[in-house]
Write a protein that binds this ligand. Sequence first.
Ligand code: PGA
Length: 250
Amino acid sequence: MRKPIIAGNWKMNKTMAETKDMITALKPLVAEADCDVVLCVPFTDLQTAKKAAKGSNVKIGAENVHWAEKGAFTGEVSADMLKELKVDYVIIGHSERRQYFGETDETVNKRVQAALNAKIKPIVCVGETEAEREGGLTEKVLERQIVEGLKGFKAKDFDKIVIAYEPVWAIGTGKTATATDANNTIGYIRHILAKKFHRSIAEKTRIQYGGSMNVKNCKELMAEEEIDGGLIGGASLKVDDFAYIVNYNK
Ligand code: PGA
């Protein structure tokens, strides 16, 4: 059985003061959750978030990590730096990083390795753009992102790796894939994992849906068999909305 995981992706939002307020308010609302609860926050909020979440079931993640141990990489943060803050998860290869910051499947692969070396669980994002979808390329793009991005990882690594399927056209747009579409596409990702890695890996890897998931559609999406959780952007910024999504099965 795969344990569902609902993760927030705050992107470039919230100051330290706002972080403390939100997590303090959130904790009692999600204490009875049956899923893993994660908030991925800006680097500058990590320490505050960890402190505010202490003693609760809320885990904290970063939104990126560099692959090198250290060195001349202005503006980057290493996995050891995150490990020192006891960060639990890290988002890797988000479509905004691919689109605006030159992230490739190769750099995704290196970042996942760095996270695993530091015992931080990677949330690896994949998904097709609108043009790719319209061009009938969805399956091809997903296969490339999974095979190249996760090249070289072993069965035990997939106990830690979480995959987030986020169709780029659904992110921040209010357009969601239908629950059936999202379920079928995630089923296809499992098919790739079975074909290129191993059937046991396809069965155990947790795969989230992301892209305008909100209080209105979360129950329907989470009811689908292949969908093991959500990566939530906009709706993770509001305490009540995020708590509602985390408690989708109550
Ligand atoms: P959204 O973002 O929920 O605001 O669409 C999801 C994401 O980018 O992870």
